[in-house]
Design a protein around this ligand. Structure first.
Ligand code: WTA
Length: 656
């Protein structure tokens, strides 16, 4: 049975799609009207959306489209920190909560919009005093504490460009990212908490800084109070830096196409890509999209469980909800710590109205069982969101029933670091279409999405193809930092003139989009995006490894898990010890998210005649599955060749 039939059955069971046909299709027709109109003239459409924000100066032009480079609202002057903070001070929101912070050990901190304003200003003034200028890069390597959004907004206030590095990354990954951006300042903390364990962030940062000479100043937040080494003339405690700062600094009018941030993400080569996001276009898009998708309001209590280190955290924790004047919840710790009802306890405590998380988390909580959410009053919830990976219908229904009380629509939001904001999703803020568990439904207004075959032709309903975006949109990445050629190559060369997402997708007979995961060499492990080449180069950097291939294996909870096939150098033999060493090496090189679940030491890897590793064969072997359709797009090899290699490789694995 295909997924779609399974879904139909599940929808029927859930009785959420049992409306008469006229009623069922009416919202779709209404949505289609809005959607089609938006695409008739995208410039006019986005101009109307841009007018919803306060600009210091309006734009000279709506769009300068020099394919594939887009400049949205050039000449316009705007400031993210002003929109997220100052604007609210003129309203009743000045004394409402901007941030509810909950520490792993249940400590609490609450910042009103006026307090947030004060904190952002103190840091912005201090950064200026340290010599940070418009256009300088600031690296942030922080746990989930209020200083993280504060630092982003302080950076935006003075026209600096922030790059947040996920606090789970290793010192090497941190150094690589700092070096690529040539950041002048690093803001970090003495440490963080994860499941009661201390994470020694400053120590990791110190190691990174041995190989990252651009950093002149390190600002250290005292989070744990643990002993750390402070380097004279370079390291400053955050609290001492801002202690005597009273004044404020006016938000700088920033030209719309000035970068707001750079965020690194994985692609199909070994080197992470620095995604550059603009200021004006990005803010316009995420402002509208948050109203459409989450129906966010100033009285919303909004909780996105992602880490600010990922794009979800940038758009969905910091910029969009604060622009809307909502209260955000920021939680520092692990989802199931100390008990599996920690998240449900937080929803009850802060009366969260909009909750946004990942399918991996939902599947994990499904395993713990519904008795945990049942202990708590979750009736404040109105909308639930899902992001980062395809959500399977079972998880969707569990979420709908046990968290949303069969009351809250689920917005399955498809997007990417590159897209800046949600592109395909139900949009209750415009009008809710009937939901199909597992489908992200339709593209948002202004987003010209299509599913195409290998030749770039639209696929018929029910046939898998590639998801592409045919028109520019305001929050699209501007380029890859210092690498415009790679930007062109990666996104705009597969199908000339359209943006290639790298995702497989099916459009069903009702026009619903079903996202099916990556079509390229990118893995999604617990929603974290990692490139196979990046993982392979980390594995090869171990002194005993001669060659390595990495694949994602389907995993019940994490969506995918990492499997490494490694060929050892001549004087090394496979052993338990080496196995552990390689796992540890992956952790040290990239971070705990790169720890493989399985490692196979082999003497040979399946390759095409042209020397390309046939990962599909490896996948089939570890999943104990047939190789299936081998005539597909990505394999260069002939069917016979793939089959032969598969059989051979199965034997090798059998002997390992
Ligand atoms: C995947 C995360 C299915 C997809 C915001 C995409 C999804 C990649 C969904 C981007 C979804 C994200 N359904 N797949 N709702 N949302 N993806 O850059 O493969 O970390 O290309 O951005 O996540 O991951 P990234």
């Amino acid at each position: 049975m295909c997924t779609h039939n399974v879904t139909k059955r599940l929808v029927k069971e859930a009785k959420i799609n049992s409306l008469p046909v006229e009623l069922k299709y009416w919202p779709i027709r209404r949505y289609m009207d809005i959607y089609k109109k938006s695409l008739d003239d995208i410039e006019e459409f986005w101009e109307q959306e841009a007018r919803k924000l306060e600009w210091f100066r309006t734009w000279d032009k709506i769009l300068e489209w020099d394919p594939p480079f887009a400049k949205w609202f050039p000449g316009g002057l705007i400031n993210a920190s002003y929109l997220c903070v100052d604007r609210h001070l003129k309203t009743w929101r000045r004394n409402k909560v901007a941030i509810y912070w909950e520490g792993e050990n249940s400590e609490e901190r609450t910042l009103s919009y006026s307090q947030l304003h004060r904190e952002v200003n103190r840091l912005a003034v201090a950064l200026r005093k340290l010599g940070v200028k418009d256009g300088d890069r600031i690296a942030l390597y922080l746990p989930m504490i209020p200083e993280l959004p504060v630092a982003m907004l302080a950076s935006a206030r003075i026209g600096a460009i922030h790059t947040v590095i996920f606090s789970g990354f290793s010192s090497m990954a941190l150094a690589d990212r700092i070096n690529d951006t040539e950041a002048k300042v690093l803001i970090t903390a003495d440490g963080g908490y994860r499941r009661g364990k201390a994470i020694k962030l400053k120590e990791i940062a110190d190691l990174a800084l041995e190989n990252a000479p651009s950093v002149e100043k390190v600002i250290v937040v005292k989070r744990r109070g643990q002993e750390v080494k402070m380097k004279e003339d370079r390291d400053i405690w955050y609290h001492e830096l801002v202690k005597n700062i009273q004044g404020s600094i006016d938000p700088m009018p920033i030209e719309s196409t000035h970068p707001l941030y750079i965020l690194y993400t994985s692609g199909t080569t070994g080197k992470p890509k620095g995604i550059v996001h603009s200021t004006g276009g990005y803010l316009v898009f995420i402002n509208s999209m948050y109203q459409w998708v989450f129906d966010i309001r100033e009285d919303s209590v909004y909780w996105c469980t992602a880490d600010v280190g990922w794009v979800t955290g940038h758009s969905s924790i910091v910029y969009a909800p604060l622009m809307h004047g909502a209260s955000i919840v920021v939680y520092e710790g692990a989802p199931d710590y100390p008990k599996p009802d920690r998240w449900w306890e937080i929803i009850e405590k802060y009366k969260v109205t909009i909750f946004y998380t990942s399918p991996t988390a939902i599947r994990m909580f499904m395993k713990y069982g519904e008795e945990w959410p049942k202990k708590h009053d979750l009736s404040s919830l109105t909308i639930l969101g899902s992001v980062g990976e395809p959500i399977n219908p079972e998880a969707w229904l569990w979420y709908f029933k046990h968290i949303g009380g069969e009351r809250c629509p689920i917005v399955d939001t498809w997007w990417q670091t590159e897209t800046g904001g949600v592109m395909i999703s139900p949009a209750p803020g415009i009008g809710l279409v009937p939901l199909k568990p597992g489908s992200a439904t339709f593209p948002l207004p202004g987003i010209d999405a299509e599913v195409v075959d290998d030749n770039g032709k639209p696929t018929p309903p029910g046939v898998r193809g590639y998801l592409v975006i045919k028109k520019p949109w305001p929050a699209m990445l501007m380029t890859l930092y210092k690498d415009p050629e790679r930007y062109k190559q990666t996104y705009w060369s597969r199908f000339p003139g359209v943006y290639y997402t790298g995702d497989y997708c099916i459009k069903d007979e009702d026009g619903y989009f079903w996202l099916l995961g990556r079509a390229d060499e990118v893995l999604k492990v617990a929603g974290h995006r990692m490139g196979t080449m990046e993982l392979e180069s980390a594995a090869i950097s171990h002194p005993a490894v001669a060659e390595a291939a990495v694949i994602g294996k389907p995993h019940e909870i994490k969506g995918e898990s990492i499997v490494i096939f490694a060929i050892l150098k001549q004087d090394h033999v496979p052993s338990e010890g080496l196995h552990e060493e390689l796992r540890e090496h992956m952790r040290k090189t990239i971070g705990p998210i790169a720890m493989p679940d399985e490692i196979y030491f082999v003497s040979k890897l399946p390759k095409t005649r042209s020397g390309k590793i046939m990962r599909r064969v490896l996948k089939a072997v570890v999943s104990d599955a047939p190789i299936g359709d081998v005539t597909t797009l990505e394999d260069e090899a002939s069917v016979e060749e793939v089959k032969q290699v598969y059989e051979e490789f199965k034997k090798i694995i059998g002997h390992t």
